[in-house]
Design a protein. Structure first.
Ligand code: ADP
Length: 437
């Protein structure tokens, strides 16, 4: 019916301010709201342009990002959007503090730290969220989980009847982006929850040094660490994400307790201290514990049982690999290392692939006369073939992101590079540009 209400989707608009901008967040939020409402339709997961023409925005804003949404379509009419505008000014990358051993100083012969704390949102983590690509929508799933816990917390649901632990465990092969995803999620939350929490922090616990290096001190260290965590959590308008990386080091502590030379209770005591402390945190609304493991079987049920979400993070699929390689290629084109060529999105590439099935000679190398559409089709098909090869070899995201460096290293060795006339000169000479043809 004509008068049926329009279905609205929550769309987050993230407005990043310039480092020295002094404008009031409220003012910027209002201006951005007016600006966005001037559009008819907006693409999801895109960067908005045109705000530079609004003087108040031009002098303060650095970027306006429209987030993804759970709605399947690529763009939405403004009437279908329920806008949530978040204004933020990220802290400098080096705003780190350290927690060290019990003397409060770093040990001379040991550079590792038990934990670091950084202010969020942090400039160093900008772009991390978008750079992580997964075939199944792990990122949205995690955001939805946080949203669900907030709804329950706000409703003061009785913990004796419905309970959750605020613990998430990501596990899977090394290099699949687990640690990065935890950091990216912490950054995302600090932006999305800025209307509730005036501050946000990420505390990263280095499990390895906590449980193995200073094992004799681990018990005390855990206590000290958690008393610092409790202090941070007591600030009720500050949100805290605790990241416990490589949580399987817990097992090392347990195994140690089985050793002949140690008191058998040592290892267990440390593990139990940690679990007890984690249990205490579940009653705090402003904390989230993220943990990662390369070896879930080694963790032991005591920890795994505490996780509300146990998410397997797999090696990237062929499609995810295509996207990772595409973003690599786009970046080196943008930096002038490779001559410009349009690199099709995954969807376009899959359409080219379908059409190529009917006329397979499209894989033939391009000549300079071939038009740009044919060229980008060729790029798509080659990149898809490369992605399939990487998939067969079971390459991780980390391995894929270093492929361009290795590829260029090989190319440099062969001889002089082709220098198109549009090569941008660098400070100390002319930048080498590889011709993608
Ligand atoms: P893990 O904790 O699983 O060992 P990391 O978080 O250390 O993995 O990942 C290292 C880097 O590898 C990431 O910062 C990212 O650049 C890249 N990477 C890994 N997985 C992905 C992915 N799925 N999509 C994009 N990049 C990825």
């Amino acid at each position: 019916p004509e008068n049926a209400p329009v279905r609205q989707w929550t769309v987050h608009v993230e407005v990043r301010l310039q480092p020295r901008a002094t404008a009031r967040f409220e003012t910027i939020r209002a201006r951005v709201s007016d600006f966005v409402r001037g559009f008819d339709r907006i693409n999801l997961s895109s960067t908005l342009e045109g705000w530079e023409d609004v003087p108040e925005l031009a002098s303060s804003v650095e970027r306006i990002l429209v987030s993804e949404s759970s709605c399947a379509s690529h763009s939405l009419h403004i009437s279908e959007m329920s806008l949530q505008i978040h204004v933020y000014q990220p802290a400098d990358t080096d705003s780190y503090e350290e927690f060290t051993n019990s003397t409060g100083t770093r040990q001379d012969d040991d550079e590792t730290m038990a934990a670091t704390v950084c202010e969020l949102p942090n400039r160093g983590m900008e772009g991390l969220w978008n750079s992580l690509i997964y075939a199944d929508d792990i990122k949205m799933k995690l955001l939805d989980y946080i949203h669900a816990t907030l709804v329950f917390s706000d409703a003061n649901v009785d913990f004796n009847l419905v309970s959750w632990n605020r613990v998430v465990l990501l596990h899977g092969p090394p290099g699949t982006g687990k640690t990065s995803l935890c950091r990216a999620l912490a950054q995302k939350l600090s932006i999305r929850l800025s209307h509730r929490y005036s501050q946000a922090r990420l505390l990263e616990i280095n499990s390895h040094s906590l449980f193995s290096k200073w094992f004799s001190e681990s018990g005390k260290l855990v206590q000290r660490l958690f008393s610092s965590i409790t202090e941070l959590v007591e600030e009720e308008d500050a949100f805290l994400v605790v990241l416990i990386d490589e949580v399987e080091s817990l097992t090392a502590a347990r195994a140690w307790s089985d050793g002949r030379n140690r008191a058998p209770s040592d290892g267990l005591r440390v593990v139990n201290a940690l679990l007890t402390q984690l249990d205490k945190l579940k009653h705090r609304k402003n904390v989230l514990i993220m943990s990662t493991s390369n070896l879930v079987k080694a963790i032991g049920t005591a920890f795994v049982d505490r996780a509300d979400i146990v998410q397997y993070v797999d090696l990237p699929s062929r499609e995810a690999i295509y996207e990772i390689l595409r973003t690599c290629l786009c970046e080196i084109i943008a930096r002038g290392i490779v001559s410009p060529i349009s690199v099709p999105t995954l969807k376009q590439a899959q359409m080219y692939e379908l059409s190529a099935l009917h006329s397979p000679d499209h894989l033939v190398a391009t000549s300079s006369q071939v038009d740009s559409r044919e060229k980008s089709k060729n790029v798509a098909l080659r990149l898809l073939a490369l992605a399939a090869q990487c998939r067969t070899q079971g390459m991780s995201g980390r391995a894929l992101r270093r492929l361009p460096v290795l590829a260029l290293a090989r190319y440099i060795g062969i001889g002089p590079l082709n220098l198109p006339s549009n090569a941008t000169p660098t400070v100390n000479g002319t930048r080498k540009v590889v011709n993608t043809g």
